[in-house]
Design a protein around this ligand. Sequence first.
Ligand code: F6P
Ligand code: MG
Length: 439
Amino acid sequence: SLDMDYPLPLLAAESGSFAYNTMKDRVPRILTKCIDTITQKPFEVSDQNVEEGRLDCQSVIGQLSQLRSEIMTDKSLTLLDDEIDDCEVWNARFEQNRSVHQSHPTWFSSPWLYVECFMYRKIQSVLSKSNHMKKFDPFLDQKNLALLQSLPAMRNLAAFLDQVLKIDLGDAKILGLRLQDFLQVSLWGNRCDLSLSGGEESSQTTDPHKNLTTLSEFLLVDCSKKVFDYLYIINQDKKTDKVVDIILDNSGFELFTDLILAEFLLASKLATKIRFHPKRFPWFVSDVTPQDFLDTIDILGKDSSQVLGDFALRWKERLQDETFTLITDENLTSFWTLPDPFYLMKNVSPSLLQLLETSKLLIFKGDLNYRKLVSDLKWLHETSFVKALRGFTSTPLCSLRTLKAEVVVGLPTGVAESIAKCDADWMVTGKYAVIQSNI
Ligand code: F6P
Ligand code: MG
């Protein structure tokens, strides 16, 4: 039921809101791009039978075009009718949304988090019902291009980590500062898939450390010191396993920054094992799928630079010896592609929660994960982060998030107002960021 103690969810129905613009312009554009990609692929789809491949593509394109037009004209949402194992859960959400919010939920009148997730799930539904495109990733070309474009920035960052690891990290103060650096590197990796230099061309000579200093002005809350103090204290007990989970967001440069952070945690012995949580299928255009994760390491391994080659090799070894684990079990991945805020995990995916509770630290990457941490509600900006988690606090966690949606909590009084005065779009451009924690 609608809980009167909580603020309302973000809604696309509010004309002029970022949610509205997303559903009105961005989402149809994403679908158009998806359709264009598939239009160019008919011969790749089926190597056995070209004609069959062509018909398959045509049918998928037809359904995606229909989806786009239903969104643009704010038609009613419909139930799913596919064989994917979360189909029933989605249909249950449909009924809940109908009973809570309105009798005929439409694309713009339903909570934005729910409909935006539903759009990506609908794409998957269409693909799953095709003959040859069940595993097709309509965003793969975009993701691969972004990856190749950021190779120079990656070489640069890899060299930075390489340098850091050559220094003796025995001194707690230095260790702490470096952890803060790599948390921030991973944070800014979330900034619109751009490199740390903020979109300018990243040359080999750019100093990531200098970039972090420049960017720190836009970091509105920074709990990274607290995260270090916590990890350092549990590190005093050398015997226990120290598992850290990274709930991934985007592929490309961001994934690379996550791997760099993971490598630093292991090499510095702040953690003994890292578990990575990808999305089970293509999601929000650039999110990491298991295939993206493995392909990325392969591509790094083939790079002309020694430093990327070395890290790629090490990461392959880590996947072998399981100091890196990529979570792919459907029981443990399906929750991430539901529209549910994380406080519901205990009911919806107890097995995932159980796994996460064996972790010393959960690192949530990016904007969508943040929206799910705080339930995508219109909280006052001064609301405490822990309150907004609504009980999702059984394990220490931190969120590394650049702001790309109109929700943020945990800001000191007056900060939101003063930024808004000179920067009207401050919540949606990825320019500002937070590192927040329940520790
Ligand atoms: O463009 C807006 C948006 O689709 C948001 O709805 C979503 O939260 C964000 O982009 C995805 O960003 P991220 O990859 O950081 O989760
Ligand atoms: Mg994403």
